[in-house]
Design a protein around this ligand. Structure first.
Ligand SMILES: Nc1ncnc2c1ncn2[C@@H]1O[C@H](COP(=O)(O)OP(=O)(O)O)[C@@H](O)[C@H]1O
Ligand SMILES: [Mg+2]
Length: 459
């Protein structure tokens, strides 16, 4: 079947302008092999880097080269947002976090799915805290994280001059020594770190532990729970902010039911359509490009509230437009971005699972599967029959979705089931699968409809 215009036009790339001639001297002085390397124009069919390592486009008058460079800071799907100007929405979450730190002196647990924007939010929170002169220590956990290493590093970032036993004029304080110098050489225990914290004066410290779900050690969790308990029992000037995916954090709080009232758990929800719109606009402004209203509608609809997906689509779509020597991003570019995103997602899904996905799509089509996927996306990974009802729209479709889910879960194909006493809850076994299924359905709608935006809608 021939593809509609939408897909064909996105593949049509104009030839790039020829790169400048290399210096004659170079050509004479180097043997053949090196001449080839020094002269990219001789291999002009091969893809080239578009800018030098010093971030300069190859030609000063190359406005597309310049736009491409600006685009790198505009949509950063593989990196959290560091720049305030690129941070969209989330005002309520940020406000709630700041208030609970400042007015209630609580420890925070910030949770949500991968890609929902936790790290970006933490960057904004830590910037605001630094502005208020908090000492902020940010640490990203890894599989092997343990209490000793993590909190020794934290102590190394807190100057000794804030310890009540060391006035700012003492030699140790003046030489820039840190709290780490007071820790024992043996493994640091929560009590020892907690004791040090009680001695802090004249400042406040925010310890941010991001990606906490990656830490595998149970002992680390137990130690951290104990530290929160110690800090909460005494009035100290140190607060913890722990971020990660939900299940692991619930487990953390389970270790210390007695301190639940000292911890506030803040979920990071999906973004509203307006917030995604703001993300798109921020990027347009930074990159100096325009995303047409229809293309923007597609991005908002396909991303279903995920800043990661919106950022990924805008990034690929804008690159596509620039490759095509345009500064306006059109629906065709979004369609092509979707293709690239599908390709990228596919590499993150195991071979066995991909086989199961393909078989299922062949058997059942994408419509019901995409409804199930959208329930999973809306539920931050987990969904139940109520969420399926809400997404399916009609009782017949809901019943068909539920029967597919029950059957897959029973056979442990793609979906697993758990019952926490409040009814059955489901989740896709591999977390890239719901997005992949959702994208497949969006592509289908693009193809059927030749880009009528109202057909690709948030369900
Ligand atoms: N508020 C936001 N404004 C703009 N882009 C965002 C926002 N939150 C997240 N993003 C984008 O979404 C992606 C995932 O964000 P990240 O903070 O790394 O999520 P998480 O830490 O939850 O996995 C990144 O590409 C980031 O650029
Ligand atoms: Mg993160």
């Amino acid at each position: 079947m021939a593809l509609p215009n939408l897909f064909r036009s996105s593949n049509k790339r104009k030839a790039r302008p020829a790169p400048p001639e290399p210096a004659q001297k170079m050509r004479l002085a180097l043997p053949d092999m090196f001449q080839q390397a020094a002269n990219p124009s001789q291999a002009s069919d091969l893809p080239r880097f578009s800018a030098s390592a010093a971030d300069q486009p190859h030609r000063r008058d190359d406005r597309f080269g310049a736009a491409r460079m600006k685009l790198r800071n505009a949509y950063t799907p593989s990196q959290p947002v560091f720049d305030r100007r690129m941070f969209a929405g989330r005002l309520n979450v940020l406000k709630a976090a700041i208030r609970s730190i400042e007015d209630q002196r609580l420890h925070l647990v910030i949770y949500g799915e991968r890609g929902i924007g936790k790290t970006s939010l933490l960057h904004m929170l830590t910037a605001a805290a630094r502005e208020a002169r908090y000492i902020v220590v940010y640490s990203s956990c890894g599989a092997a994280s343990n209490f000793d290493e993590t909190f020794r590093a934290v102590a190394a970032d807190i100057p000794l001059l804030f310890h009540s036993d060391y006035s700012p004029t003492t030699e140790e304080a003046e030489t820039g020594t840190s709290l780490a110098s007071l820790l024992p050489t043996r493994k640091v225990l929560p009590r020892q770190f907690g004791d040090l914290c009680t001695k802090l004066t004249g400042t406040r410290v925010l310890i941010v532990l991001d990606e906490f779900d990656r830490a595998e050690s149970l002992e680390f969790r137990r130690d951290l729970a104990e530290l929160i308990k110690i800090l909460s029992d005494r009035s100290v000037r140190v607060q913890l902010v722990i971020a990660g995916v939900a299940a692991d954090l619930a487990e953390l709080v389970e270790h210390i039911p007695s301190v639940r009232r000292n911890i506030l758990a803040i979920p990071v929800p999906l973004m509203s359509a307006e917030e995604i719109g703001e993300l798109v606009t921020n990027g347009e402004r930074t990159a100096g490009i325009t995303i047409t209203p229809t293309a923007r509608d597609h991005v908002v609809a396909i991303s279903v509230g995920s800043p990661y997906i919106a950022s990924l689509l805008c990034h690929h779509a804008a690159l596509d437009a620039i490759d095509d020597q345009r500064l306006d991003v059109m629906p065709a570019d979004v369609a092509s971005a979707l293709e690239q995103a599908l390709g990228e997602l596919a590499t993150r899904i195991s071979k066995t699972t991909m086989g199961q996905v393909k078989r299922l799509v062949n058997e059942s089509g994408t419509e019901l599967l995409s409804l199930i996927a959208s329930a999973s996306l809306a539920g931050s990974g987990e969904f139940d029959s109520a969420l399926l009802d809400a997404k399916a729209g009609t009782p017949t479709r809901a019943a068909r979705c539920k029967s597919i889910v029950a059957e897959l879960a029973a056979q442990q194909i793609l979906i697993h089931e758990r019952d926490d006493g409040f009814g059955k809850r489901y989740a896709f076994i591999e977390d890239a699968v719901p997005t992949y299924l959702w994208f497949l359905a969006a592509r289908q709608t693009f193809r059927e409809d030749d880009v009528a935006p109202q057909r690709v809608r948030v369900r």
